[in-house]
Design a protein around this ligand. Structure first.
Ligand SMILES: *[C@@H]1O[C@H](CO)[C@@H](O)[C@H](O)[C@H]1NC(C)=O
Ligand SMILES: *[C@@H]1O[C@H](CO)[C@@H](O)[C@H](O)[C@H]1NC(C)=O
Length: 951
């Protein structure tokens, strides 16, 4: 390692000297955060006051205005605490039934930040033309379909109902409080002796305040944390809001936290955690495996679920936010959101199914676009591959062991003095040749580009940004904010400044007209955006001071959680647009917000090589997925520590069932590339890698599906079986999109058996042994004996799973390989269906129809036979389709065929096909099944055909 790198590592070590434990003192608890304290104190007072608690906020009935042409209602709101302060409420209903509720202070002393949603949304939502509002004496309401939205006046309360049943309620607990802007000296002194006439009103207000707001001005004007002081020039401006989900007992979402998928309570008798869930993007060193602490990304989206319906809210706030969760009964959920700044801007997603909620959210913030096919292969990373020769050697070792891999990654040490883009000449003297060597079999490289720019005049990227005056400013609003990160003294690009956008995109070009060019890169190099929370080693909570200034004069506190997304967005555009025609970019981000799914993949950051972290990694990937961030994974092996071989094997088994599959390791860990292991572990991992590669058609089709529907690639149980209450808390097994594949990764040491939950009366086939297991409509757990090499993987009866089974060194080498189809007949023994999506893997012509999309359908044929058909769902005749016209199906396995066939034929052909038939005993209890293998049916993947099995 080089000296600057060493300095960085040393610096990091100084910040976190305790090996293997988070430095909790670096991060605030709620009680160390003024506005969180105030918010929690408010809910405590409400609890004490019980039924006498009443929200002081009310709608002025005379002000209610319904826009004549659109379903928008506006109304004046006031708080009896501060009658002189005006608020404005706006409620609109979108075409798809989503309700948006906004409230802001009107004519306030200052302006609250109101742009969070504009960064998150893909487009301005279309307002419904059909919704009719009716204003009455007590409320204004709209009824549409079986939904209604009711805005009650006094106290202000917004309720969404379906068929008369309450689904979502804002301010139902009376915890709404928008701290208005005030001048520092505005509070009148209450005279101890003899209040004069003029003092009457303030005293009255003061009493009210004492009851609702508490008696103290707790951390209104500045706040200390460790050695830092946050100057808070705008004073208090927090927003407290309770959102209740009556009739919904389980809540999910608000990633990212290292917790169970079904969110445990943080208050009340059932509390698992004592602090609220925190959303404040932070670089948390060696984070805990079970905690409500903030992590690197924040998506303020919460789903609430019951056997009757799923609903969700997206609370578009960009500032630090704390969320208390409580389940007063098993049938309802409360949440209390406390944000430091910003307007109220809440989207209520009415569902009623999980799929509907995903679609509604995707219409707001977009879905994950189809990734480059190669990016679903295996990614090999380490801090650091130290030289171009190191990279070549690692690649050679993978090839010698016949282990597939698609991408080699370079962490920060490739860059001279951590000046990203600039290769360290001593160790990376021939970066283009190295990249070409890697790209020879279609592989790619990913290099890290962090947002901190080394402040030195010999770094052209910094120098250009400085000249353009697009760097984040310190609290004075003048000059450049300076902080410490890997590159030493650094500054940060202000991506909120539109002046930075075209410039940052242009930096990825190989040849620019003006300024420095990244000539020694190629289009096989993709990007990793790390540290974009942003991480600042010498900043409060390892990030930027909240009083730093961004474009438009906004403080960092107002925009913090969005910061990382903008960097990811512009990097992703830069990578896409550096070539003509544009190609699909791959950009991995650590920090994210609502909408980040449009720009690339994320990973769960610097996890530990422990079984706990392996377990919670699965839960975190599921949670990120339901909040849109479905292209997700955790570092295989754990970033910190030296995992035992058995842990490593299990971790690869987890990894191949993650949408994003990357192994990574800290600089202080021993090398652990899979080719370094002894047998039998080396062979096990080779087999595991090959399973991932054989299933790339499943993964690619899953991403295609997710890109169109917003439904996550990994589907938790409740998404598949929304009425099965027994499955609501299950987060250790999941389905891959609608492929029918059910996985239960094993994340415990030395266990010899596990159970898999089957929610329905259906047959599930073990993917490897083909043995059937039978579920029950009441839900049933089957027992699975385990060896280290066992992966509990099942095909749900009724599915067709396409794979490619020829081992190759990289995924691009599989482009013309034949397919295998596993047809898993359902419990009737006759039907199954499944999809296969293919395209050129990295271009954008699929967007205009140049792709292959097949549907495979098995149905009953005559009394006892089965016919399997391949049907086309794509526009025929595209260039891509032509390029694979000779690719065939080389094997079809029919699972669950009750009787031995008489004859198997392709319709239209005389000669029958060759086949074998056997019986496979049940894995647990129940009847054996027949398995038919059709060898080389000689049908083409791009053609329509039918195979008839006569029994
Ligand atoms: C990379 O390109 C820059 C010019 O853009 C050049 O100064 C530098 O020497 C090159 N580095 C290597 C390692 O080729
Ligand atoms: C981010 O990405 C979207 C595309 O999803 C684009 O429309 C938008 O302008 C981008 N830029 C910023 C700064 O958010």
């Amino acid at each position: 390692m080089r000296s600057v790198g060493l300095f960085g590592a040393l610096f990091f070590a100084l910040l976190a000297p305790d090996a293997f434990s988070v430095k909790t003192n670096d991060f605030k608890t709620c009680s160390q955060s003024g506005f969180c304290r105030r918010g929690r104190a408010l809910s405590a007072r409400a609890k004490d006051a019980a039924s006498s608690w009443k929200s002081p906020y009310s709608v002025d009935a005379s002000s209610v205005s319904i826009s004549p042409s659109e379903a928008v209602v506006t109304a004046a709101v006031k708080s009896s605490l501060y009658p002189e302060i005006k608020f404005e409420l706006e409620v609109r209903v979108h075409e798809d039934g989503v309700v948006r509720v906004r409230m802001d202070e009107k004519d306030g002393l200052r302006k609250r930040y109101d742009e969070a949603a504009s960064w998150a949304l893909v487009a301005e939502p279309v307002i419904s033309k059909d919704v009719q509002w009716t204003a009455g004496k007590k409320d204004v309401r709209a009824v549409y379909g079986d939904l209604s939205i009711v805005v009650a006046y006094d106290p202000l309360r917004v309720t969404l109902l379906r068929k008369g049943r309450e689904q979502v309620v804002l301010n139902g607990q009376g915890l709404l409080h928008m701290e208005h802007f005030r001048a520092k000296e505005s509070l009148p002194e209450v005279q101890a002796d003899g209040a004069g006439e003029e003092a009457q009103v303030p005293i009255k207000a003061e009493k009210l305040r004492a009851w609702f707001e508490g008696e103290e001005e707790d951390a209104f004007w500045d706040e200390k944390f460790n050695s830092w002081t946050d100057s808070k020039p705008k004073g208090p401006e927090s927003l407290s809001l309770d959102i209740t989900f009556p009739n919904h007992g389980t809540v999910y979402g608000i990633p990212q936290h290292a917790t169970r998928l079904a969110l445990p309570s943080t208050t009340g008798d059932d509390a698992t955690f004592s602090d609220p869930y925190r959303l404040y993007n932070a670089d948390v060193f060696e984070y805990l495996a079970s905690s409500t602490m903030s992590l690197y990304g924040s998506i303020p989206v919460m789903h609430a679920h019951s056997a009757d319906s799923t609903v969700a809210i997206f609370n578009a706030v960009a500032s630090e936010t704390w969320i208390d969760v409580h389940h007063p009964t098993s049938k309802s959920s409360h949440s209390h959101w406390i944000s430091e700044s910003g307007i109220m801007d809440v989207f209520i997603l009415p569902g009623p199914t999980p799929e509907d909620v995903f679609a509604q959210y995707a219409r707001l913030t977009g879905s994950t676009p189809l990734p480059a096919h190669w990016s679903l292969g295996y990614h090999q990373c380490r801090w650091n591959y130290v030289s171009t020769d190191d990279v070549r050697t690692v690649q050679k070792r993978f090839d010698e062991e016949d282990m597939p891999v698609d991408v080699f990654w370079l962490d920060i040490e490739y860059a001279e003095e951590h000046k990203y883009f600039i290769w360290e000449e001593k160790t990376f003297p021939d970066p283009v040749e190295m990249t070409n060597d890697v790209a020879a079999v279609g592989r790619k490289m990913v290099v890290i580009i962090d947002p901190h720019l080394k402040r030195t005049s010999n770094y052209p990227v910094y120098q250009e940004a400085s000249d353009l005056e697009i760097l984040v400013k310190p609290k004075s609003g003048e000059g450049e904010y300076e902080g410490w990160c890997w590159s030493g003294s650094s500054s940060w690009i202000d991506m909120f400044n539109p002046g930075s956008w075209e410039w940052w995109k242009s930096v990825f070009k190989f040849q620019r007209e003006n300024g420095w060019s990244w000539t020694n890169s190629t289009d096989a190099v993709h990007i990793w955006n790390d540290m974009n929370e942003p991480s600042v080693f010498n900043g409060p909570e390892i990030t930027m001071p909240k009083d730093n200034i961004h474009f438009g004069g906004w403080e960092h506190r107002d925009v913090h959680n969005i910061n990382g997304m903008l960097f990811h967005n512009l990097t992703s555009q830069g990578v896409a647009e550096r070539t003509t025609p544009h190609k699909r970019p791959f950009v991995l981000t650590r920090s994210f917000y609502a909408g980040s799914q449009r720009f690339g993949a994320m990973w769960t950051g610097d996890n530990l090589g422990t079984w706990d972290h392996m377990t919670v990694g699965v839960q975190m990937v599921l949670a990120n997925g339901i909040a849109g961030m479905t292209f997700a994974g955790s570092d295989v092996g754990g970033f910190f520590g030296n995992p035992d071989t058995d842990m490593l094997v299990r971790w690869y088994q987890v990894g191949i069932f993650s949408p994003f599959f990357r192994a990574h390791a800290h600089i202080d860990t021993k090398r652990r590339e899979p080719f370094l292991l002894d047998e039998p572990y080396k062979g096990m991992i080779k087999d595991i890698l090959r399973i991932r590669y054989s299933m790339l058609p499943v993964w690619y089709t899953a991403f295609w599906e997710s890109s169109r529907t917003g439904i996550p690639v990994l589907r938790p149980h409740y998404v598949m079986f929304p009425k099965d209450t027994a499955g609501f808390e299950i987060d250790d097994q999941f389905f891959i999109a609608s492929s029918g594949l059910l996985v239960k990764p094993v994340t415990e040491k030395d266990i010899t058996e596990t159970t898999v939950y089957l929610a329905e009366d259906q047959v599930y086939y073990n993917y490897f042994t083909e043995a059937p297991s039978y579920g029950s409509s009441k839900g049933k757990r089957i027992t699975v004996p385990l060896e280290l090499s066992t992966i509990p993987l099942y095909i749900r009866g009724g599915s067709v799973v396409p794979t490619r089974e020829r081992p190759r060194r990289s995924s691009p080498l599989m482009a013309h390989d034949p397919f295998t189809l596993r047809v898993a007949l359902d419990k009737t023994g006759f039907s199954a269906k499944g999809d296969l999506y293919l395209d050129d893997g990295e271009g954008l012509t699929y967007q205009t129809g140049d792709y292959v999309w097949r549907k495979f359908v098995a149905e009953k044929n005559g009394k006892k036979g089965v016919r399997l058909a391949s049907r086309n769902l794509s526009p025929a005749g595209g260039e891509y389709e032509k390029s694979i016209k000779d690719v065939r199906v080389e094997k079809v396995t029919i699972l669950g065929l009750a009787n031995q066939p008489k004859e198997v034929k392709v319709v239209g052909r005389d000669e029958p096909l060759a086949w074998t038939y056997k019986t496979v005993a049940a894995g647990d209890k129940g009847k054996a099944v027949g398995v038919l293998v059709i060898k080389d049916p000689a049908v083409l993947i791009t053609q329509d055909w039918e195979i008839v099995i006569d029994v």
